[in-house]
Design a protein around this ligand. Structure first.
Ligand code: CTP
Length: 400
């Protein structure tokens, strides 16, 4: 997964023979996890069909101001422009470049470009003499001055049969250009983040254990989001069921709190940030029976011990690392969370209150309050856990 994962991208295509490469760009963007909406000029349709592009993007393709959909009669370029995290116009012809400069909004692509607030990248493609022409060079310069990002044409053989500068950059390089942009912008890029997630199971005998109802969804959402933002993520996970995790996250599976403690110690020394979202069991049997105990014996023989408080132990070795803990509280939530923040030597703590039915174990949503060591308190509404992960990471970014 790259930083393009989850990004909303408008791919604008204008009339140039290089438009035959636009479906490759589209495929690479989709493969990288981006959601792509394509805008075609009329002349681009001579080179590549809307059907190909809508099949590959799994979205409708925008060709004009008028919408075929009966429910609404026009395509809203303002809405589309606002929707995007990034706009890429590839290939961009001399004609479209000129219209972008002069704001000649006679087609949907230019109207969308003018309405967008996101960064715009343009990859010119034209014959070498057109490309060299002072008017084109001047227009490219102006687009750069306007704050757009130029993906320069390359040298090579052109459709005219001539050799020279004017070829659109290769699709793979265009994608790398975009990734590099997001890398530079992401404060989490290459940061080493350790996340723990899920429950721990503390065996009683060969078939029974002490555990809790944690499903790991919150921790996995944090790990995925940190990785989407370019962090180098290691996830230590207790037993979970079918949760999706980005390919480039290093996952260490454990079962018991002792295993989690040992893995955490190994990984903590390497990380810059620890986010301890795991619901570590607080108690474990003093002795684990190898075979299945008779139920009549359990009550009289089961002795309970405390598990190690992993976060507390790691907090003692904090140094310059950022440590975020979780607090699950049912009474005096804020006071108790603040106590944990201090006693475990944390930079921040995510408070989950058990009084909210949309923020319990296993739910898709969560309602959190984020407290930091400066005494600041941010109360959030109930949100999808993926959005909660973004909120938590926003605090981490501010701590760097
Ligand atoms: N935690 C831990 N090791 C434990 C128990 C908890 O590292 N044995 C971590 C959790 O991952 C969480 C934080 O400590 O980040 C607080 O966990 P919580 O269950 O809210 O509190 P406890 O410290 O267990 O205290 P209590 O159950 O009394 O509220």
């Amino acid at each position: 997964m790259s930083l393009l994962n989850g990004k909303r991208i408008i791919l604008g295509i204008s009339g140039s023979i290089a438009a035959f490469k636009a479906p490759i760009i589209l495929r690479l963007l989709v493969k990288a996890g981006a959601e792509v909406k394509v805008v075609l000029t009329d002349s681009a349709k001579q080179f590549v069909t809307p059907l190909t592009l809508s099949t590959l993007s799994k979205n409708k393709v925008y060709c004009s101001f008028i919408n075929d959909d009966e429910n609404s009669i026009w395509n809203n370029h303002v809405e589309l422009g606002m929707w995007a995290d990034l706009m890429l116009i590839a290939p961009v012809s001399a004609n479209t470049i000129s219209k972008m400069v002069s704001s000649n909004s006679d087609n949907f692509l230019i109207a969308t470009y003018l309405s967008s607030k996101c960064p715009v990248f343009f990859a010119p493609a034209m014959d070498l003499d057109m490309h060299k022409h002072p008017s084109v060079q001047n227009n490219i310069k102006k687009l750069i001055e306007f704050g757009n990002f130029h993906i320069p044409s390359t040298l090579g053989s052109l459709a005219s049969g001539l050799d020279g500068k004017g070829r659109m950059e290769e699709p793979e390089n265009i994608i790398n250009f975009l990734i590099k942009y997001f890398e530079k912008k992401s404060p989490l890029f290459k940061k080493k983040i350790l996340v723990t997630a899920g429950p721990t199971y503390e065996p009683i005998d060969s078939v029974r254990f002490i555990g809790n109802f944690s499903t790991g969804k919150m921790g996995y959402a944090i790990a995925n989001e940190a990785s989407n933002q370019g962090a180098d993520v290691t996830l230590i996970s207790g037993p979970t069921n079918g949760l999706k995790i980005n390919d480039n996250i290093s996952v260490k599976n454990i079962v018991t709190s002792d295993e989690m403690f040992n893995k955490c110690k190994d990984e903590f020394v390497k990380c810059e940030v620890l986010i301890m979202a795991a619901a570590v069991a607080d108690i474990k049997p003093l002795k684990v029976y190898k075979s299945k105990m008779k139920k009549s014996l359990i009550k009289s023989t089961l002795e309970i011990n405390s598990t190690v408080d992993i976060l507390y132990e790691l907090g003692k070795k904090k140094g310059s690392k950022i440590i975020i803990g979780f607090a699950l509280e049912s009474v005096n939530s804020v006071v108790n969370a603040e106590k944990k923040l201090k006693s475990k030597n944390l930079d921040g703590i995510v408070l989950n209150s058990l009084d909210n039915e949309n923020s319990c174990f296993g739910s898709e949503t969560n309602k959190i309050t984020f407290l930091n060591k400066k005494g600041e308190r941010n109360v959030y509404p109930t949100k999808d856990k993926k959005l909660v992960a973004k909120d938590i990471l926003q605090h981490v970014k501010q701590m760097f």
